[in-house]
Write a protein that binds this ligand. Structure first.
Ligand code: F6R
Length: 369
């Protein structure tokens, strides 16, 4: 139950470090990734996988989008994410070497279940990333890779999201081992990054008070934008979804590179814009581009809240507010950066007197199409 927490959502955000750590447990052997559940598919079948399609809805689909970058880099397999409810109606090109990975916290989402059934009919192999033991979707799949986030009660998904990304990374590293696309040393480096995530999430949760203050002065905002690049892009989408769901505010996430292709027309004085700033230690070029996006929107009067690495001094002169987070490898930043956005949506909704665990019109598990 809720214990001493003001909401299930806050309780579940604080459980994120364990959600990641527990999802990693028993899938690392002798310093290498070995996901026993994937053995059900056979090493040869995994080696032959030449395309991955992730099917999911909502927050789970954004976890899928985060996962695409690392899996493509590590396993050298093209990865697409398709919304489960769209996948079924688009005559997908799927063959025996296509791996269809569904992601669902509940394991009961009808849209996702129907996508999995469709994929199987087309001859694909299917893996279910699911948080609920024995749910329908894992039972309908060739293999199940459970996330161990524990029961998620709040309607808005939080700890399941970080566990889903963790599971995708395990899948990516397992594939990279089977396919020989990463050396043992490279796999270990990525595993060390994953193992360091829980502590960094704890740091991010420690920023709760700062985030609550921000939410306080933004209590009357009628719209909020979120910008990100690369793995920060799906986090921008997720930050916006959380705010729509919980605070009933018009919120949009954009790929920062899209700004000049349209969305910059939305910028007006006082508009709060969250910007996910990648560490310059991963890519100076990408960092420079995001800083220049910040300058563009600030010149038009937006209030910029940057989520940046704590040692990134370059961002300070350009942002109105900075939420500083510990350095994480480039694929691992989203697991940390999503936390302040979840807390922000929670605090803004709370400031508006709304029930964060039971937002209007939403159900935890969507069992109709
Ligand atoms: C967002 C949210 C929804 C779910 C989506 C998929 O906070 O909760 O977007 O992520 O309905 O649900 P599952 O993961 O149960 O398939």
């Amino acid at each position: 139950e809720k214990g001493g927490w003001s909401s299930f959502m806050l309780k579940e955000i604080t459980e994120e470090p364990e959600a990641v750590a527990d999802t990693l447990r028993e899938r690392i052997h002798d310093g290498d990734v070995l996901v026993p559940e994937l053995a059900a598919l056979g090493e040869e079948a995994l080696r032959d996988v030449d395309r991955i399609i992730v099917v999911a809805a909502g927050t789970a689909s954004y976890a899928g989008q985060v996962g695409t970058y690392a899996i493509e880099t590590w396993a050298r397999v093209p990865v697409d994410v398709q919304l489960a409810h769209e996948f079924r109606y688009r005559d997908p090109v799927v063959g025996p070497n296509t791996l269809v990975v569904s992601i669902s916290q509940s394991g009961e989402t009808m849209d996702t279940l129907m996508a999995v059934k469709h994929a199987r009919e087309l001859g694909a192999r299917t893996i279910s990333i699911c948080n609920t033991q024995g749910a329908t979707i894992p039972r309908e799949s060739d293999a199940a890779l459970y996330t161990h986030a524990g029961p998620e009660v709040a309607v808005a998904s939080t700890k399941a999201f970080v566990a889903q990304i963790t599971a995708l990374y395990l899948l990516g590293l397992h594939l990279a081992r089977v396919k020989g696309t990463l050396s043992l040393g490279e796999r270990r480096e990525m595993l060390d990054e994953l193992l360091a995530v829980p502590e960094k999430i704890r740091f991010a949760i420690g920023e709760h008070e700062r985030v609550a203050e921000l939410a306080h002065w933004m209590g009357s905002a009628s719209a909020v934008l979120f910008l990100g690049r690369h793995v920060g892009y799906p986090i921008a989408l997720e930050g916006a979804l959380k705010l729509k769901e919980l605070a009933y505010i018009h919120a949009e996430g954009f790929a920062a590179g899209e700004l000049k292709h349209g969305p910059i027309a939305l910028i007006e004085p006082g508009l709060p814009v969250f910007v996910l700033v990648p560490s310059p230690r991963h890519s100076e070029e990408m960092h420079r581009k995001v800083i220049s996006n910040i300058q563009e929107i600030r010149a038009r009067g937006a209030r910029v809240i940057a989520i940046a690495e704590q040692a990134d001094a370059a961002v300070l002169p350009f942002a109105d507010e900075v939420i500083a987070l510990p350095l994480a490898g480039k694929f691992f930043e989203p697991l940390i950066a999503v936390v302040p956005l979840q807390l922000f949506a929670l605090e803004l909704a709370t400031a508006k007197g709304l029930d964060v665990d039971q937002p209007r019109n939403l159900a935890k598990s969507v069992t109709v199409e």
